[in-house]
Write a protein that binds this ligand. Structure first.
Ligand SMILES: [Mg+2]
Length: 248
């Protein structure tokens, strides 16, 4: 197992990155939970772009827009997480996998210098069920943990949570996974921001709601699975030339 300690920890975002336009049932579950717990109709909510926000931030934005007091939002936050998890019932999402990503996940899964986990704004129960519905759950062993919208409302805190959990999977008292051996893969400026907050690598994909211009602050911006593969393999096993250049 100790060989895994220097593996590259790849922390995948879900919506817009692994899966495209796969949020219909998810949004419905959030609305239904907010209706039940707070008695508001979130369906009419017209907010700012929510891509990259955590589920808890989206719920807060909807509720605040409906005039619900912050104290009430906080008081019932755990109940909302619980009910969204119970109400979320996705259809078959296999047609929503971003092209080429299933093959890339499988290839990376087979490498002993890569560990795959998640950093997503989805609540954990939603994230795991969504990936299962898309046929991707098998690539994400829960023992490697992850960072989810149910862990913290602030996405910037999720990479460190994911690094701590992945390291703890190797041994309980291990330091969090090395920043230099960790990469976020996501589709929004918020994914880039959370990687910067934790000082880990970040590769941005243009398959979601943002283009190259929006994502220019990432270490690399890629348009498809082939380019993403190149970027991740370059981090997993840096070419000798690249290492020499770093040191000069
Ligand atoms: Mg996303």
């Amino acid at each position: 197992v100790d060989g895994a300690a220097r593996a590259l920890l790849v922390l995948w975002d879900i919506d817009g990155t692994l899966l495209l336009r796969a949020s219909v049932a998810h949004v419905r579950a959030v609305w239904a939970a907010l209706a039940e717990v707070h008695g508001v109709d979130g369906e009419g909510f017209k907010g700012p772009g929510v891509a990259g926000m955590t589920d808890a931030q989206i719920s807060r934005a909807i509720l605040a827009g409906m005039g619900v007091e912050a104290a009430a939002i906080d008081e019932h936050a755990a109940r909302v997480v619980e009910r969204v998890g119970q109400l979320y019932a996705p259809d078959d999402l296999r047609d929503h996998v971003s092209p080429g990503l299933d093959g890339l996940l499988a290839e990376l899964h087979d490498r002993d210098d890569v560990i795959q986990s998640l950093v997503t704004g989805n609540y954990e129960a939603v994230a795991r069920r969504k990936l299962d519905a898309a046929g991707l759950g098998r690539w994400f062993d829960p023992r490697w943990g992850g960072g989810f919208g149910s862990d913290d409302e602030d996405r910037d805190r999720l990479p460190a949570i994911a690094r701590a959990r992945a390291a703890a999977a190797l041994s309980p008292d291990r330091e969090p996974w090395d920043r230099d051996r960790t990469v976020i893969v996501g589709d929004t400026p918020r994914d880039i921001a959370c990687a910067r907050a934790d000082r880990v690598h970040v590769v941005a994909v243009t398959t979601g709601s943002h283009d190259r211009h929006d994502l220019a602050d990432a270490d690399a911006v890629v348009d498809d699975a082939g380019e993403l593969r190149e970027a991740l393999l370059g981090l997993a096993a840096p070419a000798p030339d690249a290492i020499r250049k770093d040191r000069s």
